[in-house]
Write a protein that binds this ligand. Structure first.
Ligand code: PNS
Length: 159
């Protein structure tokens, strides 16, 4: 079975994340685990449980996926899930250095796991969780960028 993990902070999960999971799960992998990082270096607006719940609610109707929280090293978690691939999105050139460093380090930590990158669909190339949060905080309309559930949750946070 061809299993991938798709790790991230997902604070919060966006339509760009959904697009990537959908393409990966329908065309490339038998199973995709969306792995929500607990102790990310970033300060998050949403708790781990909230981030998991919002990802799940944004991903209804896709069968061969599962959302799980994790802490500790990603490569160890991927091994536990029997995944041979770490899937990441690569949007713009500025993503590259960070992704290159992470994938090289993950490869050093476990040579059996490959990192694979998907570019976003054109309409999501500019989208990021941080921009969505900034727009929500300033009262802008985020409905084109996130699920209904995420929109409501963000509006509640910034009320
Ligand atoms: O969405 P993000 O913040 O870019 O995701 C970063 C994430 C969660 C993929 C990365 O921080 C991670 O893999 N954390 C788990 C801990 C780990 O394995 N660190 C070593 C990475 S080389």
């Amino acid at each position: 079975m061809n299993i991938a993990v798709y790790p991230g902070t997902f604070d919060p999960f966006t339509n760009g994340h959904r697009d990537l999971v959908q393409r990966a799960a329908s065309n490339i992998f038998d199973k995709v685990y969306i792995c929500v990082a607990e102790n990310s270096k970033k300060d998050t607006v949403f708790s781990l449980d909230e981030r998991i719940e919002l990802a799940e609610k944004s991903l209804v109707n896709i069968d061969n996926i599962e959302v799980i929280g994790f802490s500790g090293l990603l490569v160890d978690f991927a091994k536990k899930l029997d995944a041979k691939v770490i899937l990441r999105g690569l949007r713009v050139v500025s993503d590259f250095e960070y992704e290159f460093q992470m994938s090289s380090m993950n490869k050093k930590l476990n040579q059996d796991i490959e990192s694979i990158f998907l570019t976003p669909s054109e309409s999501y190339a500019f989208l990021s969780s941080s921009l969505v949060k900034e727009i929500a905080q300033l009262g802008g309309d985020i409905s084109p960028f996130v699920s209904k559930e995420v929109k409501v949750a963000l509006e509640k946070k910034y009320k």
